[in-house]
Design a protein around this ligand. Structure first.
Ligand code: SF4
Length: 340
């Protein structure tokens, strides 16, 4: 039986704005297995970050604008429906940072600029564990060494602005891992870094994930990051997961036209072919197309079908599902087209 630690089903999250209601997540479903890394990939504006923030209940979405189910299954305890918890209540605060942690693209989001990183990492541990300040400080130095922070004994007393971008990122990872979480939500953790530091941080996350046996949700717009880190890939478009499959199936046998377009836009070492950017733009959330959300950019869109109804999820292979009328996604499956 598949050992799932986090199960997200039919998640919807939105915000009222002066211009109208924004559907940021529109029925997203995926599950995260214990010990695996799942890459959640898609262009900016596809709802990836809001999905992660909603898991931790830090998206700012009010309860009446949230629906679906996010089930966290801690080892040895009953499953907890995170959407059933009060957004800032004691139950979610006990889970946040201790059992499910998050790292962000910009570490300044996680750190206060007016306290040393050491004090903040120490507090992150003492919030959840009954340890003295001195014990927590020793543990923090140990974790800073583990994330290969240069001169950890001195760096622990630095303020965030005194560290380079790469070192700040290491400090944020250290803070997120202080309580050995079951799940790490990594939201574009390397996007702001140079290529060398990016490779170091990704390999660090991979090593620590193996050592702690935790699961990672790797949110990224970069298929290269997914290829390097993930066992499973969920492709998101306009708030929905449109394709989900093992990483090899995504790179060798992608089905959804959006996944294919993303892959065609990635440079390949062995190829001199011209790159094809994904045509068009992610539509504004106030101007979502009717029917399949990708239909106004899709080269295979079928008028009268794709712009009228939403395709449902179809199983197309081993643990490989896709939401597209080309592969079923329809009650009678009569519009199946092979070889696209
Ligand atoms: Fe394209 Fe239609 Fe498939 Fe949507 S359902 S991805 S518009 S073919």
């Amino acid at each position: 039986m598949v050992d799932v630690v986090l199960d997200v089903q039919n998640l919807r999250a939105g915000f009222p704005t002066p211009e109208g209601f924004v559907k940021a997540v529109d029925g997203a479903s995926f599950s995260v297995r214990r010990g695996e890394t799942i890459g959640v990939v898609g262009e900016s504006g596809c709802g990836k970050s809001i999905t992660a923030r909603t898991i931790l209940r830090i998206s700012g979405t009010s309860d009446q604008n949230l629906s679906g189910r996010i089930e966290y299954r801690p080892p040895g305890r009953n499953a907890i429906d995170l959407l059933g918890l009060r957004a800032n209540g004691p139950e979610i605060r006990a889970i946040r940072g201790a059992e499910i942690s998050m790292i962000f693209q910009e570490p300044m989001t996680a750190f206060s600029p007016v306290h040393t990183i050491g004090n903040q990492i120490v507090e992150a541990l003492r919030l959840h564990r009954d340890v003295t300040y001195e014990e927590a400080r020793v543990a923090a130095i140990g974790m800073l060494k583990r994330v290969e922070m240069s001169n950890a004994e001195r760096s622990i007393d630095a303020y965030p602005h005194q560290l380079s971008g790469g070192m700040r990122q290491r400090a944020m990872i250290a803070m997120a891992l202080m309580c050995s979480p079951q799940v790490l939500l990594a939201d574009e953790p390397t996007t702001a870094l140079d290529v060398t530091t990016q490779a170091q941080i990704l390999s660090l996350i991979r090593e620590i994930k193996e050592a702690l046996g935790m699961s990672v949700v790797m949110i990224t717009h970069d298929l290269g990051v997914v290829a390097e880190t993930s066992q499973t890939v969920a492709v998101m478009y306009l708030g929905r997961v449109v394709e989900i499959a093992p990483v090899r199936a995504i790179f060798n046998d992608a089905k959804h036209p959006y996944t294919k377009a993303l892959l065609a836009s990635v440079p390949k070492l062995e190829s001199r072919e011209r790159l094809e950017p994904v045509s068009g733009m992610v539509p504004s959330p106030f101007n979502r197309p009717s029917g399949c959300p990708f239909n106004d950019r899709c080269p295979a869109a079928m008028p009268g079908v794709c712009d009228v109804r939403m395709p449902s999820e179809t199983n197309v292979g081993d643990e490989h599902t896709v939401s597209c009328f080309l592969y079923g996604g329809d009650e009678d499956g009569s519009r199946r087209v092979d070889g696209l």
